[in-house]
Each structure stands twice: as structure tokens, then as C-alpha cells.
Design a protein around this ligand. Structure first.
Ligand SMILES: Nc1ncnc2c1ncn2[C@@H]1O[C@H](COP(=O)(O)OP(=O)(O)OP(=O)(O)O)[C@@H](O)[C@H]1O
Ligand SMILES: [Mg+2]
Length: 278
């Protein structure tokens, strides 16, 4: 809930058709979800089920065919200062150093960059002293840390993350998940985090929203009540193992899911699941 007792972010009956050469493509169907102020929500679902479509709608980056997105009681109709976004790729411009990449949104808005905040954030994510490095000089994990700093540089109250660690190796991904939980515990931003990786969703979230495919719709919501801060050891427990399998079954047994994401594995397990005890 926010100050007015309402959920922070509401997606109400969101339906989205894309215009394609072969006709309208139904990507999202009557999808509704509410996220409370300070909540960590994850959305999982098979490839192509409409997760990015949903997140872009939340961010006001494209319009819905019908339905609304409401932030703090007001409809989101375009990019919003209270919403920060981290994409699957870090999307850093190769000819700008890290600091100048992070300052870019300020330049676009013709505002002086909040250098003090940016420096603090760089320090927080372990990139102190890397501001003058170029993206090619940084690892994938470091680039995504920079993307997180860029998204937080405006101090938004909502952070939307679209499979931000999908391209990272399992160890770096675990490290990044620990970092994200720490930052969330410190800042209590409202986070919507998209992932294919169910174990990652269980590790991070207060609630997991399972999406079914074609068209994308809400299948089920799981409450995740493990105490915080969570440790990677938690991921090796029987409880988590069973929960991951329960969520996985929910995704695999949705009608239409089997045909989603043709040519791609529908789900990806990571080492956290494979090392589960029992
Ligand atoms: N700009 C677009 N124009 C036409 N169709 C699109 C567009 N963007 C996405 N789609 C289609 O909409 C459906 C949902 O795509 P979306 O990218 O939202 O899925 P996703 O769940 O994010 O997939 P992934 O897990 O692979 O990233 C897919 O069938 C996709 O081909
Ligand atoms: Mg996507």
C-alpha cells in the first residue's frame, strides 16, 4: 500500500495487440496485477509469453490496446520520473565512459546530473573509481551494475527490471541477486523483476506472479515468505526446491505454454536448483 492506502502500482485489465505483417498479435490478455509500496514482485513465465510487453506497459514505454497502468493513483501515459528501468542488456553507449552513460538521462532532460548521488550509487554497487572506464573495459556484471546505477540515479520510487542478469554466468548472477536484495532492503523501492529463472524469483521476491502464454495472462500468484535477508544457502533447502517445482509445474501445465517461445527452452534452471538438497 502507498500513503493513500492503495497499491503502489496497478495494472488493470491490460490487453495488448501488436500490429504485425501477418495481422494483429495478441501479446497480453486482460492482465491485472497490483504491487504494494516497497514490495519485491517477480514475474515469471515462458519465453514469448509477454513479460517484456507487460513491463514496457508499466514503464509507459508503449501504449496498451486496452486497460490501464496506475502509479500512485494516476494513470501512466508515458515515461515517468518515478519509474526506473533496467533492461536485459545494459544498453551502455560504447563511446561514453561509465559516468557519461549514467549522466545521459539527465542530459536528455536538460538537467544537471546529480553527481553526488551517482557517486554514492557507484560506490554502493562496487564501481567506485570506474566512472572513467568505457563499457568495453567492464565485465557483463559490471555493466549491469552501471545500468542499475543509471536506473536509480533519478531516485525513482519504482524499479522495473527485465531479466537483467539473464546473460550472466551463474556465479555472477548469484552475486547480483544478493546485491539487488541488499539495495532493496536499504531503499525499499517497489520492484518488479522479470525472469525466466524460477529459483531467482523465489530468492528475490515477496510474491511471484506466474504468467501463462499465448496470449500472456496471469496464471497464479505465489507468496514467498522466507525471512530477509536471504542467503544462498536458503536456495539449497528442500522447502525452496519444492516451491520451485510447484511454480514450474504451474507454468508447464498451462495450456499453450508448450508452443510458446518456439526454438527456446521454456524454462531455465540454474545452479541454485541443481544443488538443492534432496
Ligand atoms: N514490437 C513487437 N511487434 C510485434 N510483436 C511483438 C513485439 N514485441 C513482442 N512481440 C510478440 O509478443 C509476444 C510477447 O513478447 P514479449 O517480448 O513480451 O515476451 P517475453 O515473455 O518477454 O519473452 P522472453 O522471455 O523471450 O523475453 C511474442 O509473441 C513476441 O513475438
Ligand atoms: Mg522479454
Amino acid at each position: 500500500m502507498n500513503a493513500s492506502g492503495q497499491p503502489k502500482l496497478i495494472v488493470d485489465n491490460a490487453t495488448k495487440y501488436y500490429d504485425t505483417q501477418s495481422g494483429p498479435l495478441h501479446a497480453l490478455d486482460n492482465y491485472s496485477m497490483s504491487v504494494n509500496d516497497g514490495e519485491f514482485a517477480c514475474v515469471v513465465g515462458p519465453s514469448g509469453c509477454g513479460k517484456t510487453t507487460l513491463l514496457w506497459s508499466m514503464a509507459g514505454l508503449h501504449s496498451l490496446t486496452s486497460g490501464t497502468v496506475i502509479l500512485d493513483g494516476e494513470q501512466v501515459t508515458g515515461p515517468h520520473e518515478q519509474i526506473g528501468m533496467v533492461f536485459q542488456e545494459a544498453n551502455l553507449l560504447p563511446w561514453r565512459n561509465l559516468t557519461r552513460n549514467i549522466q545521459l538521462p539527465f542530459e536528455i532532460k536538460r538537467r544537471p546530473p546529480d553527481s553526488e548521488r551517482i557517486d554514492k550509487l557507484l560506490n554502493r554497487v562496487g564501481l567506485d573509481g570506474f566512472g572513467n572506464k568505457f563499457p568495453r573495459e567492464l565485465s557483463g556484471g559490471m555493466q549491469q551494475r552501471a545500468a542499475i546505477v543509471r536506473a536509480l540515479s533519478f531516485n525513482p520510487s519504482v524499479l522495473l527490471m527485465d531479466e537483467p542478469f539473464g546473460a550472466l554466468d551463474a556465479f555472477t548472477r548469484d552475486e547480483m541477486n544478493l546485491l539487488v536484495e541488499e539495495i532493496w532492503l536499504e531503499t525499499r523501492k517497489t520492484i518488479v523483476f522479470i525472469t525466466h529463472n524460477i529459483a531467482e524469483a523465489v530468492f528475490l521476491s515477496d510474491r511471484v506472479f506466474v504468467m501463462a502464454a499465448r496470449p500472456g495472462r496471469l496464471a497464479k500468484i505465489f507468496d514467498i515468505s522466507f525471512p530477509r535477508p536471504r542467503s544462498l544457502d536458503l536456495m539449497a533447502t528442500r522447502e525452496v526446491f519444492d516451491l520451485v517445482n510447484e511454480i514450474k509445474a504451474e507454468i508447464e501445465y498451462q495450456p499453450g505454454a508448450a508452443t510458446a517461445g518456439v526454438g527456446k527452452p521454456a524454462l531455465e534452471d540454474n545452479n541454485m536448483v541443481e544443488t538443492a538438497d534432496g
